[in-house]
Design a protein around this ligand. Structure first.
Ligand SMILES: [Zn+2]
Ligand SMILES: [Zn+2]
Length: 349
């Protein structure tokens, strides 16, 4: 069966077009997925605006999208547990399974990993903002009938946050601070609450995302649009054991270094600008800060599906708008407006 897919394809900064892509016959070992729902991620927005995110630069037209759920349309593989018509969340990671990092159980650091809708490798691996796309069976995680596909699509960002909380170590009973109140900051807050934190502070420069964090139960809300003196006062009164830097900005990281307690931990989740950035790094030494990166996720993807299915984390409370896939370019513009949007979800029609 040959087919074609209509896909949100990025040609350059702010140049995203719905383009028909021919699909050949399904290759051996592959599963073809019919689009069901997708989340628009911060990295999709970075690609859309700048045709790059961090150090990853778009060199060829790139179909965006890596927070995807859909239905199995065709199978040309040994795929136990999968059948045509099955509803699945699609894990955007395709790791090799045999490099040193894979063998030590850190597949997100695989030397040969491909990730959907990412320019991290060349040729780029195309993404899932497409009416049809292909995946390997291991990427397809069945979704229980009662879980809407738009919720299943958000397993990916939740997995990112579960991984970040795991990277922080045991945070039960600890006080945390999060820099950046977008979807990843908010889901990290929810994941950290599940892990038993004592209290939380959410830091941002925009009022609407901060108000959202207050509704989700952040204990302290700190607007640093006019500087971080208030944050420093708060940290002096009630110190932060763990900081999650989600904003991906030099200012956010500088504030994290300045306000986490001596001997505290910083988890870097946000994608910082590529190249070198100025930060007061000497304090990492003087305060014995554990500064840890957190990149994507590994087995947390399956945990995220289970948590969404059993109601442990209500990801749909983050969804502020739904738009059909065919309107992806406008949906990205809407997602970029932080005064109106937390999570924008694309649907099949
Ligand atoms: Zn994402
Ligand atoms: Zn590997």
């Amino acid at each position: 069966m040959t087919a074609s897919a209509l896909a949100a394809t990025l040609f350059g900064p702010e140049d995203l077009r719905m383009i028909e892509h021919p699909l050949g016959p399904l290759a051996p070992g592959m599963v073809r997925i019919r689009f069901g729902a997708a989340g628009i991620c911060g990295s999709d927005m970075h690609y859309f605006r700048h045709a790059r995110t961090g150090d990853f630069v778009v060199k060829d037209p790139l179909i965006l999208g890596h927070e995807i759920a859909g239905e199995v349309a065709e199978i040309n593989a040994d795929a136990p547990g999968l059948k045509v018509g099955q509803r699945v969340a699609v894990n955007p990671s395709r790791w090799c399974g045999h490099c040193a990092r894979c063998r030590e159980g850190r597949a997100n650091l695989c030397e040969n990993i491909y990730f959907m809708g990412s320019a991290s490798k060349y040729p780029h691996m195309q993404g899932g903002f497409a009416t049809l796309f292909d995946a390997v069976p291991a990427q397809c995680v069945p979704v229980p009938d009662h879980v809407p596909l738009k919720a299943a699509a958000l397993a990916e960002p939740l997995a990112v946050c579960l991984h970040a909380v795991r990277r922080a170590g045991d945070i039960a009973g600890k006080r945390i601070v999060l820099f950046g109140s977008g979807p990843i900051g908010l889901l990290t807050l929810l994941a950290a609450k599940r892990a038993g934190i004592a209290s939380s502070a959410m830091v941002d420069i925009a009022p609407a995302p901060l108000a959202f964090a207050a509704r989700l139960g952040a204990d302290d809300i700190v607007d640093v649009s006019g500087g971080d003196d208030g944050l420093k006062d708060l940290a002096a009164r009630n110190p932060f054991d763990v900081a999650f830097e989600v904003s991906g900005t030099a200012a956010g990281l500088a504030s994290a270094i300045a306000t986490v307690r001596r001997g505290g931990t910083i988890v870097q989740i946000g994608n910082l600008p590529g190249g070198s950035i100025p930060v007061p790094a000497n304090a990492i030494m003087a305060k014995e800060i554990d500064f840890r990166g957190s990149f994507r996720f590994d087995r947390e993807f399956d945990e995220a599906i289970a948590l969404i299915a059993d109601g442990g984390v209500d990801v749909l409370q983050l969804v502020t708008a739904e738009r059909p896939l065919a309107e992806a370019p406008d949906a990205l513009r809407l997602a970029l407006d932080r005064s109106r949007s937390v999570k924008v979800v694309l649907t099949a029609n």
